[in-house]
Design a protein around this ligand. Structure first.
Ligand code: TMP
Ligand code: ASP
Length: 234
């Protein structure tokens, strides 16, 4: 299936139409941004690494009963996906305190949480993705109550599956961000699952294997993404 018209270009990916109105091609770029696009760079071959990592993970989640937009990986940088009406909500799932949670609560990174935390953010670049809760979602009609329930249930299921998947490969799943959309009245997991939107720490050395290496100028960014791909393919 060929890429036709570019419908949208984001910071790390572009979306193209195909000859099938129900299917799009998600094209993975090497561009990396952080802090709302304030920091920009290129991670060599990130598009290829992220497409392969995400495709492997989506295939695995589908096999375990999670409904995703993934259809196929036709080339190194292209993912064939079902067309979604993206719900403007980012779901962040956290197992261990890190990043903005550690900052907000005034605690050190690395403290395990007694319970998994789900956070909801309003997906809006001009507003810098403000945190919201289920009341905001209902009051502003960002998603129906049933859709929100499905998103939360699916997010917790993805957390259980992915935590075990990474743990078996020597990696701790600290936190991650998911996006969902509607395809033919069904809520499907969309976007990507890659080191751009997950925190992944080496179980033995605690070394960061994710975009924090880029955000915090820790070096060896591409190497970390390559290691994640290697482990994900084990
Ligand atoms: P945070 O600690 O900065 O709130 O990030 C939590 C998780 O969500 C982390 O794994 C990175 C991911 N994330 C995104 O994918 N996109 C974003 O815009 C932000 C802020 C976080
Ligand atoms: N991707 C977001 C940005 O470009 C935030 C992040 O991942 O840090 O700002």
């Amino acid at each position: 299936m060929k890429r036709l018209e570019k419908l949208y270009e984001g910071k790390a990916k572009a979306l193209y139409s195909t000859e099938d109105p129900d299917l799009l091609i998600q094209y993975f770029k090497d561009e990396a941004t952080a802090f709302d696009g304030m920091k920009k760079g290129i991670i060599k071959d990130k598009g290829i690494l992220n497409n392969k990592i995400s495709s492997r993970i989506f295939r695995m989640l589908e096999a375990k009963g999670v409904k995703t937009h993934f259809v196929d990986m036709p080339s190194d940088r292209e993912m064939l996906v079902k067309r979604l009406r993206i719900l403007p909500i980012e779901v962040v799932v956290r197992n261990i305190a890190a990043g903005s949670l550690a900052k907000r609560m005034g605690i050190d990174e690395g403290i395990p949480l007694k319970e998994t935390i789900i956070e909801l953010y309003y997906k809006s670049d001009p507003l810098h993705d403000p945190m919201i809760n289920e009341y905001h979602i209902k009051a502003f009609g960002l998603a129906e109550a049933g859709q929100l329930r499905q998103m939360e249930t699916a997010s917790l299921k993805v957390n259980r599956i992915l935590s075990e998947f990474f743990n078996e490969r020597g990696i701790i799943l600290v936190d991650f961000k998911l996006e969902f959309g509607v395809h033919k009245d069904e809520v499907l997991l969309g976007d990507e699952i890659t080191p751009d939107g997950c925190r992944l720490w080496d179980k033995v050395t605690s070394e960061k294997l994710d975009k924090d290496r880029f955000r915090r100028d820790l070096g060896k960014v591409e190497e970390a993404y390559q290691e994640v791909l290697r482990k994900v393919l084990e």
